[in-house]
Design a protein around this ligand. Structure first.
Ligand code: P1T
Length: 380
């Protein structure tokens, strides 16, 4: 089945009870049993819920995995992955990543004796110097949030396999419309489904997708034991969002390209970060592993000035100044004070997250209106 059909049918079947085409919202915490253990596959809704199962099957299909797991947020999904580890284990992570992920790693899991190495992975060969017998997981975002670095998934898989280390890829920015990390041999794909998967800025959710049964069983155990699941209403909304993922992503990519090119040619813009540019350092890898370049763009205005960056984001009218990304509406953010404020200034500036950086999540509005909005905000 092709991707554009999978979003609508992949892993999805009419509901068993009455043939409902969309799965009913099973708004229940528990399921009747005829005798202890005598049930129809569902006993307690933390463990399983039919609406969540429908979503998890759809997610597995989209990412070419065998197993999908949905959580109450992206961070809850990452938290579950970290619980595969134990004290003394080490993780190598991209040094450019969502600030909340960095906070979870450094403020929670470091306290449990897990050691993190945050490194530039744009050259996959860099990873090897940090591997030792305690290394259990490589964590990567690609494209990274917010610097839009591209990590070569295939080359990273080769290193991970050579040393028998798990590789998890946060696929939030790309979505399976653009790349399927499991196809390259990654072990775990993670999503903040809050973003493009949901697509309408109306839910908070996380997802994990894997091929391997042993990893899946461990994650299902953690999902049930720790309990950070999403509810049936949000599962339904995410399924509804998935139905249009391919058409939304096509427009996000078209609008993203037009805006990246507009910004790059603008006299008041100093630098634009978007993997579709031929002079992006890993453009060739992006071309190899992605089908297009997505709708996320970061840029710095001329002068590299904090006050000016704040003025620009405050003056946008069609773009909304807000955290998050991946919804139908365009958003603008100021990573240093918003999404990446939990990364110490020195660490974030090393990766390019300067105080003047602006991040755009380009929505699916008419691109002329978006460009007009940027034009007026940049002229101030
Ligand atoms: O917000 P939540 O659903 O818990 O997902 C966390 C997360 C994980 N990974 C990536 C790449 C993310 O971008 C996020 C959340 N990011 C934002 C809220 C943001 O504006 O960047």
């Amino acid at each position: 089945m092709k991707f554009n059909t999978k979003t609508i049918h992949g892993g999805q079947k009419p509901d068993k009870a009455y043939g409902a085409v969309m799965p009913p919202i099973y708004q229940t915490s528990t399921f009747a049993q005829s005798t202890p253990g005598g049930h129809k596959g569902y006993e307690y809704a933390r463990t399983h819920n039919p609406t969540r199962t429908a979503l998890e099957n759809a997610l597995a299909s989209l990412e070419n995995g065998n197993y999908g797991l949905a959580f109450g947020s992206g961070l809850a999904a990452i938290d579950a992955v970290m619980k595969l580890l134990k004290s003394g284990d080490e993780v190598i992570s991209t040094n450019d990543l969502y600030g909340g992920t960095y906070r979870l790693f450094t403020k929670i899991f470091e306290n449990y004796g897990i050691k993190f190495h945050f490194i530039g992975m744009e050259n996959a060969a860099n990873i090897e110097a940090y591997i030792n017998e305690n290394t259990k997981l490589i964590w990567t975002e690609t494209p990274t949030n917010p610097m839009m670095n591209i990590i070569d998934i295939e080359a990273t898989v080769a290193i991970a396999k050579k040393h028998n280390i798990m590789l998890a890829v946060d696929n939030t920015f790309a979505t399976p419309y653009l790349q399927c990390p499991l196809d390259f041999g990654a072990d775990i794909v993670m999503h903040s489904a809050t973003k493009y998967i949901g697509g309408h800025s109306d839910l908070v959710m996380g997802a994990l997708i894997v091929k391997d049964k042993e990893i899946a069983d461990k994650l299902y155990f953690i999902q049930n034991a720790s309990g950070a699941i999403c509810g049936p209403m949000d599962s339904f909304l995410a399924l509804r969002g998935i139905k249009t993922l391919h058409v939304r992503m096509q427009r996000h990519c078209e609008n993203g390209k037009a805006i990246a090119e507009y910004l790059a040619a603008h006299p008041n813009v100093e630098k634009v970060y978007w993997p579709g540019f031929e002079n992006h350092p890993n453009h060739d890898i992006a071309k190899k592993q992605m089908d297009d370049f997505g709708g996320m763009i970061s840029f710095v205005a001329k002068g590299n000035d904090y006050d000016q960056a704040i003025k620009i984001v405050e003056n946008l009218k069609v773009f909304t100044l807000a955290e998050s990304l991946g919804g139908v509406e365009s958003l603008a953010g100021h990573p240093a004070s918003m999404t990446h404020a939990s990364i110490p200034k020195a660490a974030r500036e090393k990766t390019g997250v300067v105080d003047a950086l602006i991040r755009l999540s380009v929505g699916i509005e008419d691109v002329d209106d978006l460009i007009e909005d940027l034009a007026q905000a940049l002229s101030i």
